[in-house]
Design a protein around this ligand. Structure first.
Ligand code: ATP
Length: 269
């Protein structure tokens, strides 16, 4: 029996300037770690944003976890604008209070135990990313959605980032990670959704997809299914594909700018 999905998209479409960047996507997000992979511009961030409620779908439905009270969704956006002047600990304490989580334990989880007193603007880009992950998983939400958590991290840090995220996944918790880091997908993902031009080209348990496509690893699966060469380990900053063929920012519909509540990594649901 498959686990009950924690969240789901049903025929979810999102258009910008009339062009669908997410095109009738249906995806059941089950407990465990689901990696969302695909070339630049294939719709990974849009899928994540729709899933967590940061972007409204133009059509279709989104089912999210949780009811009233408690925190049910943690979200790491691609860029996390922390409040300047706060230390790492103060940043986590602010949201930790809302969800009953301890900021020092949260710092430890991502290996930032020694950085609690540093102001967020004095953290390196990679450390800010780790702080964003710590923030997203505060309060143990049922759905954790991370948009490129390993981006810009050195080899040790990117492994730590994925591990810290994957450790949150259990029988009730789903962790969804959009990433180009296919080596880490191999290591940590239970399931994979491969996006291609706004649609799901393949989705399911990683083992099954590897079998079905006669692929040795996630990189080969990516090449076969997405029709693109996959990245080498550590190439997260130079992802495959030539991307944004579907129009870019400022095409008239504007964006629903990151609502504060999601920037914080704490859901409004
Ligand atoms: N707010 C927006 N306004 C207009 N177009 C948008 C907006 N957000 C995304 N798009 C377009 O939607 C398409 C998918 O973008 P998205 O960021 O979801 O892709 P992605 O797979 O996450 O890409 P990457 O790997 O480069 O991060 C792109 O062509 C992008 O230009």
């Amino acid at each position: 029996m498959p686990d009950e999905p924690v969240a789901a998209l049903s025929d979810a479409t999102r258009t910008y300037g009339g062009v669908p960047v997410l095109d009738a996507v249906s995806l059941a997000v089950e407990p465990g770690v689901t990696a969302v992979v695909g070339p630049n511009g294939s719709g990974k961030s849009t899928l994540i944003r729709v899933l967590v409620g940061a972007t409204e779908p133009t059509a279709g439905e989104v089912r999210q976890p949780g009811g009233p009270g408690g925190k049910s969704i943690g979200y790491l956006p691609q860029r996390v604008p922390f409040r300047p002047g706060f230390t790492a600990r103060e940043t986590l304490a602010f949201y930790g209070r809302l969800v009953g989580d301890d900021p020092d334990a949260a710092l430890e989880r991502v290996g930032l135990g020694d950085a609690g007193d540093r102001r967020v603007e004095a953290l390196s880009g990679g450390m800010r990313r780790l702080l964003g992950i710590a923030q997203a998983v505060l309060g143990d939400p049922a759905l954790v959605a991370l948009d490129e958590p390993a981006s810009g991290l050195d080899p040790g840090m990117r492994e730590r980032a994925f591990r810290a995220a994957a450790e949150r996944a259990d029988g009730d918790t789903a962790v969804v990670i959009a990433s180009h880091a296919l080596d880490l997908v191999d290591e940590h993902a239970d399931r994979v959704a491969v996006l291609r031009r706004g649609g799901v080209a393949a989705a399911g348990p990683l083992d099954r997809l590897l079998d079905d496509h006669d692929a040795a690893d996630a990189r080969e699966l990516y090449r076969v299914v997405a029709g693109e060469p996959g990245t080498r380990a550590g190439d997260e900053d130079e992802p495959p594909g030539d991307g944004d063929e579907r129009g870019g920012e400022g095409d008239g519909e504007g964006d629903d700018a990151e609502p504060n509540v999601h920037v914080t990594g704490v859901s409004d649901r």
